[in-house]
Design a binder for this molecule. Structure first.
Ligand SMILES: Nc1ncnc2c1ncn2[C@@H]1O[C@H](COP(=O)(O)OP(=O)(O)O)[C@@H](O)[C@H]1O
Length: 184
């Protein structure tokens, strides 16, 4: 049973690696960014509420993402494990998640911190061309990461859940490191 939370700055390769590892482990990959982008595309009430925050590189309000994560983790395919990508992104969300996992009996989660230096992530993001990948929004997303998300590294280290992987290697090397890490 593998339950993993992927942490790291935008552009560290969380999404790519989370998809690869989830396929390898045959467990669902749950990306709050992907779910929100789909909701925007479909213009659902969630998408309509989230759009302006995402376009500006801001976090969408806790309640919105927390509700969507709770709903998703209550679906039956999560019984075999999961990889959470993009959640939690702040300490309040991490506290919510800890309580939720306890409530639904899904503990033992580990956190992978995929680390990469600023210049590397900026270059990667600029090459990607998503709607929120222009320079100004990227800068804001990195700022939000530093202020809100980076504190989760200490949060999870204090709780002895943290594993760290160097994201500044080739994609295949990162995948190998991840597989070794979770097998250990
Ligand atoms: N847990 C979350 N809390 C708040 N906002 C979120 C969360 N997850 C995703 N978002 C919104 O979706 C955007 C894109 O997220 P994501 O696809 O994970 O991108 P990134 O490549 O920047 O890590 C974020 O900038 C934010 O607006």
């Amino acid at each position: 049973m593998t339950r993993l939370i992927f942490l790291g700055p935008p552009g560290a390769g969380k999404g790519t690696q989370a998809i690869t590892l989830a396929e390898f482990l045959r467990i669902p990959h749950i990306s709050t960014g992907d779910i929100l982008r789909q909701a925007i595309k479909d213009q659902t009430p969630l998408g309509v509420k989230a759009q302006s925050y995402m376009d500006g590189g801001e976090l969408v309000p806790d309640q919105l993402v927390q509700d969507l994560v709770e709903e998703r983790l209550n679906q039956p395919d999560t019984k075999t494990g999961w990889i959470l990508d993009g959640f939690p992104r702040k300490v309040t969300q991490a506290a919510f998640l800890a309580e939720l996992l306890q409530k639904i009996g899904q503990g033992g989660e580990r956190v992978v911190n995929l680390d990469a230096p600023d210049d590397v992530v900026i270059t990667r993001l600029l090459g990607r061309g998503r709607k929120d990948d222009n320079e100004e929004v990227i800068r804001r997303r990195l700022e939000v990461y530093r202020e809100e998300t980076a504190p989760l590294i200490d949060y999870y280290r204090d709780r002895q859940k943290l594993l760290t992987v160097n994201g500044n290697q080739s994609q295949a090397e990162v995948t190998d490191s991840l597989k070794n890490l979770i097998a250990a």
